[in-house]
Design a binder for this molecule. Structure first.
Ligand SMILES: *Cc1c(COP(=O)(O)O)cnc(C)c1O
Length: 412
């Protein structure tokens, strides 16, 4: 079934007649934002509980990030990597420190960083592991989301993401997420890496069984395969830890970062790894005109400094507990499951009405977004307060009541 453009687009399409139809935004037009709040063109305020899909972990326009950006705008914004600039060493050192890795390769968007990790793994496979030319395979997970390039959508199992965009790049094997035995079975002499989100964000905050990440680490160690953790959405404080891998004390071979690394100010992504892995890249073999530019470097260095205070991870844990408690109190006649980890939640409704609930939430002054037909994804800024969590939970309960009325209890 193909949606017609009219079905796929909302009313906002008519307000933006020159926009491509590749999004279905909520009909709110934001003009300003500060902290956890955004203001629309009519002056109405909304609590932002999506936070740019986790790109705004520190809230809108965090004063330290804006100050870092302003200071850099007044000095130098772009050099290209043809020359060195004076913010690059501090930036790469900061990301290396945060990840515990030796070397950092900066890009701009998440998808580019994932592509970088794929190239790293393949080259390592041929040059170090000794995989036969052109045969390298990478194990990926069912219901993965790693971005929108043709290679990446080619190994997605979401038809909306990949249908009619082929032919696709070979060399990927997909297995069930959370199933360590399936991983054991999928690895052979051609396998160079396992690429996974430690917690699947776009799929609806899917948390694997306890011990799974440790099992992935054990298996990849034993079989001589790289473990690549795509922490673009799960990382940088979202789960109450710096990385979702920290929840199981696992250190992957390759970290892939993005979204919040740019502080909601500029797009910044990066791959971090040990020196001997990253050394497969030589001058000319990979790069990006904008990757690691002075403005991006200045903002991302400040992002790392904020994370190194530990304040945001602690907020993720403490306020995440409050969010989980409130969400788990929603009636089971409306909500089939709540998956909550840190300040990140997937609320699984009993019916495919997530879009209608998002719209009802919006009219109550809270912005969140459906992911798939039945799931509301919540990822508020880590700066959210306890009172704002209560406001979110009350508004969500009311919005669900409006869309999915609880059957009246008959008395007498
Ligand atoms: C958002 C996301 C990406 C893609 O990032 P873009 O900046 O949109 O290219 C990749 N992986 C994960 C896990 C993501 O959540």
């Amino acid at each position: 079934m193909h949606e017609t453009p009219a079905d796929a687009g909302g009313p906002v399409t008519h307000l933006e007649p020159h926009s491509a139809n590749n999004y279905h935004p909520l009909p709110v037009v934001i003009a300003e934002a500060e902290g956890t709040w955004v203001t629309d063109t009519e002056g109405r305020r909304y609590l932002d509980c999506l936070a740019g899909y986790s790109a705004l972990n520190f809230g809108h326009r965090h004063p330290d990030l804006i100050a870092a950006a302003h200071a850099q705008l007044d000095r130098v914004t772009l050099t290209s990597r043809a020359f060195r600039h004076d913010r690059f060493a501090d930036f790469t050192a900061a990301v290396a420190r945060l990840t515990g890795m030796d070397v950092v390769l900066p890009m701009n968007t998440g998808a580019e960083a994932v592509e970088t990790a794929i190239k790293l793994a393949r080259r390592w496979g041929y040059r170090v592991k000794g995989v036969a030319a052109g045969q390298a395979t990478i194990v990926v997970m069912d219901s993965n989301f790693h971005g929108r390039t043709t290679t990446i959508v080619g190994f997605s199992d979401d038809p909306v993401a990949h249908e009619d965009f082929g032919p696709f790049a070979p060399g990927f094997v997909r297995i069930p997420f959370g199933d360590a035995a399936a991983l054991e079975a999928a690895i052979d002499d051609t396998t160079v890496a396992v690429l996974l989100e430690p917690i699947q964000g776009e799929a609806g905050i899917i948390v694997p069984p306890e011990g799974y990440l440790r099992e992935v680490r054990r298996i990849t160690h034993e079989r001589g395969v790289l473990m690549i953790a795509d922490e673009i959405q799960s990382g940088l404080g979202r789960t109450g830890t710096t990385f979702a891998c920290d929840l199981e004390d696992v250190v992957p071979d390759v970290f892939v970062l993005g979204k919040a690394l740019g502080g909601g100010v500029v797009p910044v992504s990066a791959v971090a790894a040990r020196r001997e892995l990253m050394d497969v890249f030589t001058p000319g073999s990979h790069g990006s005109t904008f990757g690691g530019n002075p403005l991006a470097a200045a903002v991302a260095t400040e992002v790392v400094r904020l994370l190194e205070t530990g304040v945001y991870q602690a907020r993720g844990r403490e306020l995440g507990d409050r969010l989980a408690t409130r969400l788990r109190a929603l009636p089971s006649s409306q909500v089939a499951e709540v998956r909550c980890i840190g300040l990140w939640a997937g609320v699984e409704l009993v019916a495919p009405v997530a879009r209608a609930v998002s719209e009802a939430l919006m009219t109550r002054g809270v912005l969140a977004k459906d992911t798939h037909a039945t799931t509301i994804r919540l990822a508020p800024p880590l700066t959210i307060t306890a009172e704002e969590i209560d406001l979110l939970a009350d508004a969500l309960a009311a919005a669900i009541d409006e869309v999915l009325p609880v059957p009246a209890v008959t008395t007498g």
